[in-house]
Design a protein around this ligand. Sequence first.
Ligand SMILES: Nc1ncnc2c1ncn2[C@@H]1O[C@H](COP(=O)(O)OP(=O)(O)OP(=O)(O)O)[C@@H](O)[C@H]1O
Ligand SMILES: [Mg+2]
Length: 325
Amino acid sequence: MSLFVRIFALNAVGLVAAAALLLGPVTVSTPVLPGEALTVLGGLAVLLAVNVLVLRVGLAPLGRLGRAMADADLLRPGARAVVSGPVETAALITTYNAMLDRLEAERAASAGRALSAQERERHRVARELHDEVGQTLTAVLLQLKRVADRAPGDLREELGQAQEATRAGLDEIRRIARRLRPGVLDELGLLSALRSLAGEFTTHGLTVRHDLRAGLPPLTEETELVLYRVAQEALTNTARHSGADRAELRLRPVADGIEVLVRDNGRGLGTAVREGAGIGGMRERALLIGGMLTIGAAGEGADGVGTAVRLRVPVKPVVLLGAGR
Ligand SMILES: Nc1ncnc2c1ncn2[C@@H]1O[C@H](COP(=O)(O)OP(=O)(O)OP(=O)(O)O)[C@@H](O)[C@H]1O
Ligand SMILES: [Mg+2]
């Protein structure tokens, strides 16, 4: 029943009952007698109580809708308000849910555009670093070597130092280019890229173990890139914030897809973590491929905390043409 009909019916019943009583057996004298006042106040109390009940029941779904609106977060999609209550409220909740569907789809599409523009730009910068700056420094290195071969003894040592500095610069540029664009992803595939990522983050203070299962379902290029970037950001966070000495990078097939997990035995996220561009980026990337990202305590570490970042990506089963023939 609609809220309009409910309120109207309630008011109508109250007013009609009052009119019928006044026209019938009930009389109100002037001044009012105690018995009459009691009857009027009793009737009023009953009317108000029923009014409160009808309004509370009718408006409760609006309160729930308000809370759902306040909690809505497009980076954690899928949560919808329960459609209930009188017709008007149910229609409002349905419209709100449809609006969320639209906004989430638009958000995913624009995040996709932004991320692929970002990847293209990284690609370009990495290529320019490698092809332009890298080649120039290589030429400088060769020139220095030629000069050093002909230089008098006292200059040779200084030229040697200049060669060393140039070589270090060249290595640094290669490292930056590799981080900007995971070339190994194109060349060797996801598993090798992740293995080399785990190696890169293994330093004297932190050991990153990897458990990368072979026999994964076929993945699109986009999915591979998202899995790689999420693992990269999670390991960067482990190295920067966790203070952990052990971390694990795991990739394995699960019932309906594939899961990448990065966990450490560090200090954990704490209670009031402020998500920055790193975690925000992971959420956006997960959305892009319909994945589910969860970040929480790993239940590890000296104080039983640690951090676990888990990304589950659904993979559509590949239909083998001709199978069963
Ligand atoms: N593995 C971790 N262990 C402990 N704290 C973490 C871990 N990962 C994230 N955090 C906390 O979560 C916060 C947000 O992480 P996020 O990656 O979003 O931002 P950031 O690393 O500070 O900056 P950036 O935008 O450069 O990534 C961090 O500042 C840190 O306090
Ligand atoms: Mg970060």
